[in-house]
Design a protein around this ligand. Structure first.
Ligand code: GDP
Ligand code: MG
Length: 297
């Protein structure tokens, strides 16, 4: 991976919760996975999230074939003002294509488990002192179809399984297809649904009293996201990444149009540490405990 140009600074130099000096020596690691039904725009989203330069052919891209068939981690190296972030985006095959839909989720759960196993083995070997490369999934973005209806059974089952293994952040796919009013109602309904089914999601299920500076971001949960592969010319001459309709353009980076900026801020600025801490102290510890119990130790 090499550092790649961003069309706009991400603000990593602000990292309010991080130890700046430490960061300058050792890069941060963030591993984000996307899961959801096929066709919801997961692959497009990954290529959009960090607003990499579309014209730069050296920027790694998540393949956008009609159906993602494998679990494919793509590595990026972000650098801003001496702060380094190793970012791994993990695209997963959209499920719901096959007859037995539940089966589609199995390889995803296995991938998550394998990363815990790898960490566990590394921890017990001499590699430990030299620093382990953390490939564990720190956040799993779960794509919800913008139907305006309650969560589907398949979503509920999948969310239950995922949330028992990783930190899940639900997002509304193709946010550009809903009106503002629809979005507000849909968000409320999803949150109620999740609560009713006792599905632990981030951040509500992981209380932390150090989130005062995040209130602005958190009021947009669950984030309505969107993806786009093209730059659109606005009437004012500006070029933005967005989706052009006959009546106008929905802009990825405009907070009045969708929540991408808020989600990006949460992932790499506000909650970077918290997410990797949770992955280690909550999910990985749970994994380790269940392993030891299985071994009868
Ligand atoms: P995946 O199967 O979830 O990976 O979905 P893809 O990223 O392959 O996208 C599926 C289709 O949806 C493509 O035709 C995309 O152009 C389109 N698409 C992707 N993101 C969005 C979005 O945010 N809004 C809308 N309206 N369409 C999108
Ligand atoms: Mg895909």
């Amino acid at each position: 991976a090499r550092a790649f140009p961003l069309t706009r600074p991400l603000g990593m130099d602000q990292l309010p919760r991080q130890n700046h000096l430490k960061a300058k020596r050792k890069p941060f690691q963030l591993n984000v996975m996307v899961v959801g039904e096929s066709g919801l725009g997961k692959s497009t989203f990954m290529n959009t999230l960090f607003n990499t330069d579309l014209n730069d052919t050296s920027v790694p891209r998540v393949p956008q074939d009609t159906k993602t068939v494998d679990i494919t981690p793509v590595h990026f190296e972000l650098e801003e003002e001496g702060v380094k972030l190793n970012l791994c985006l993990i695209d997963t095959p959209g499920f719901g294509d096959r007859l037995n839909r539940k089966e589609d989720v199995q390889p995803i759960l296995e991938y998550i488990d394998k990363q815990y196993a790898a960490y566990y083995n590394a921890e017990r070997s001499s590699e430990f002192r030299r620093g382990i490369i953390d490939t564990r999934v720190h956040a799993c973005l779960y794509f919800i179809s913008p139907t305006g209806h309650s969560l589907k059974d398949l979503d509920i089952e999948t969310l239950k399984e995922l949330s028992s293994q990783v930190t899940v952040i639900p997002v509304i796919a193709k946010g550009d297809t809903m009106t503002e009013e629809e979005k507000v109602l849909f968000k409320k309904m999803i949150l109620e649904d999740l609560e009713y089914h006792k599905i632990p999601i981030y951040p509500s299920a992981y209380p932390d009293d150090d989130r005062d500076d995040m209130q602005e971001t958190l009021q947009h949960v669950p984030f309505a996201v969107m993806g786009s592969d093209s730059l659109v010319d606005l009437p004012n001459g500006q070029q933005v990444r967005g989706r052009a309709y006959r009546w106008g353009t929905v802009e990825v980076e405009n907070p009045a149009h969708c929540d991408m900026i808020h989600l990006r801020e949460l992932l790499i600025i506000q909650c970077l540490h918290e997410l990797s801490d949770l992955s280690h102290h909550h999910h990985y510890h749970g994994y380790r405990t269940s392993l030891l119990r299985k071994d009868g130790r």
